[in-house]
Design a protein around this ligand. Structure first.
Ligand code: NAD
Length: 487
């Protein structure tokens, strides 16, 4: 049950099997506000016995012959739409909890951690209503074949702290539409918002056991991945954790979707009009969104050599124009990094950049006016070699590497010279030309003069950025398996 004391929100139960149940240990998770370094409250920390209980509840709900997985999809859609309404009713709570736990500026959270997840939920409710869950085709060998799209079963959904609600919903919505049940494991940094989600599910009448939520750390996450009661794993997080989860799922022959890290390219073409008043917002949201803690950002900015100085000046001016401040201040564009560890990591990359041949044009320090909180100034490096650490490794902070190129072929070659392939953008005054360049980039998704993962289109990476896709009809198929009946 929830108790509130000033700004501290505390819970002492988990949402499992449609009830609020006590934890198996007395261990707690205390999230820290990265803007103030103050504790925010606490929730119980899930242990193996809590996961066992949650998986059992999800299995029972899945296997109930009169239950969720056997319902008419339109009936599931009705519940999902009510769930979306309940999420929207808690919008302010989600914004406050997410921003105070991970440092996301409230202006970003208001768009991407409330309205966006409920839009994803409504999109999949729509797909549940309109998709063919059974289809009969003429067989080539005579007779007909019935193809059924069955829910894959109990899903383990493991999510990171950077967009905890959106990335949970990328899994929950298609899994619900397909008829699956879930155990969701939020990251220890962002747990309070997951209780609001549980409350919304309860208020919407999501049947008991369809969604179970157990916040826990990585060891317990690994236990969930290999749990015998789980049929599919859906993971968003770092590439090293993704590899280890893929190994476990490989041994078990368990289906897995992995949304991992990135180091995408923002290719500035030579015809661009560099007017920050018109394209500054798009450049910001595709290169620095959420304090640089967004997987798809184009943090390698590729610029034509004959306009290189102009591009460097534009990005330097953009970085210097962004107010840095506490996440809950509506004027803030760059908040703190989510954890002290994350700030140390970002600062270590800045030090490597300074020690390399790259040229620091702005930022690189902790802002003078913030005496508390894990802040780092928006930072721009020019003259970066694409082979250097700051160009090849995911920094996950507000740090851009500007790399010159000679000709579009070289721009594409540099963009593709990366271990990752997740997002990216092309900036041009000629959108057709931009699309032609975008198609040559080896990446799961890429935008021309904008980048927003659209719920209707598949999102995901290639190479070390992951396996499989979320969103779009493709995201629904990831929670289905087919059965063919020859007739
Ligand atoms: P992380 O990999 O450390 O943790 C992510 C989640 O996985 C957490 O809930 C954590 O407890 C859990 N976890 C970690 N190791 C695990 C294991 N071996 N088995 C089971 N669970 C485990 O990542 P993070 O630091 O929380 O998030 C940042 C990373 O996530 C970045 O690399 C970023 O690029 C990536 N990310 C990717 C996408 C995408 O869609 N591709 C989106 C957002 C973030």
């Amino acid at each position: 049950m929830e108790t509130r004391q000033e700004t501290r929100t505390a819970y002492d139960t988990f949402y499992i099997g449609g009830s609020w149940v006590g934890p198996s240990t007395d261990r707690v998770i205390v999230p820290i506000d990265p803007s103030t370094e103050q504790p925010l409250g606490g929730v119980p920390e899930g242990a193996e016995a809590d996961i066992d209980r949650a998986v059992l509840a999800a299995r029972r709900a899945f296997e109930d012959p009169a239950g969720w997985s056997g319902w008419d999809p339109a009936r599931r859609a009705e519940v999902m739409e009510r769930f979306a309404v309940e999420i929207d009713a808690r919008a302010d709570g989600f914004v406050e909890r997410v921003s105070s736990q991970n440092g996301m500026p409230v202006a970003v959270a208001a768009q991407l951690e409330t309205g966006y997840p409920s839009a994803v939920l409504r999109y999949y409710a729509g797909l549940a209503r309109t998709s063919a869950f059974e289809e009969v085709r003429p067989g080539l060998l005579g007779g007909s074949v019935e193809v059924r799209r069955l829910p894959v079963g109990v899903v383990a959904a493991i999510v990171p702290w950077n967009f905890p609600q959106a990335l949970s919903m990328f899994k929950i919505a298609p899994a619900m539409a397909a008829g699956c049940t879930l155990v969701v494991k939020p990251s220890p940094e962002t747990v309070l918002d997951s209780y609001l989600l549980a409350e919304a599910a309860e208020a919407a009448g999501v049947p008991a056991g369809v969604i179970n939520i157990v916040p826990a750390g990585r060891e317990v996450g690994a236990y969930l991945v290999s749990h015998p009661g789980v049929d599919k794993v859906a993971f968003t997080g770092s590439t090293p954790a993704g590899r280890s989860i893929a190994e476990a799922c490989g041994r078990l022959l368990r289906p897995v979707t992995l949304e991992l890290g990135g180091k995408s390219a923002a290719i500035v073409l030579d015809d661009i009009e560099l007017d920050l008043a018109s394209i500054g917002e798009g450049l910001f949201s595709s290169t620095l969104l959420n304090n640089g803690q967004t997987c798809f950002l184009g943090t390698r900015v590729l610029a034509p050599r004959h306009r290189y100085a102009e591009v460097v000046d534009a990005f330097t001016a953009l970085a210097e124009s962004l107010p840095v401040g506490p996440a809950l201040d509506p004027a803030t564009r760059i908040g703190p990094l989510a954890t002290a560890r994350q700030r140390d990591r970002v600062e270590s990359y800045i030090a490597r950049g300074i020690a390399s041949d790259a040229r620091l044009t702005t930022g690189g320090r902790r802002p003078q006016h913030q005496d508390r909180g894990w802040f780092v100034e928006p930072t721009v490096f020019a003259d970066v070699d694409n082979g250097s650490a700051i160009a090849q490794e995911e920094i996950f902070g507000p740090v851009l590497s500007l790399i010159p190129y000679d000709g579009v072929d070289e721009a594409v070659r540099i963009a593709n010279d990366s271990e990752f392939g997740l997002g990216g953008t092309v900036w041009t005054s000629d959108p057709e030309r931009g699309a032609a360049v975008a198609r040559r980039v080896a990446t799961g998704s890429i935008g021309v003069n904008r980048y927003v993962p659209d719920p209707a289109a598949p999102f995901g990476g290639i190479k070390s950025s992951g396996l499989g896709r979320e969103l779009g009809p493709e995201g629904l198929m990831a929670y289905q398996q087919s059965q063919t009946v020859y007739r």
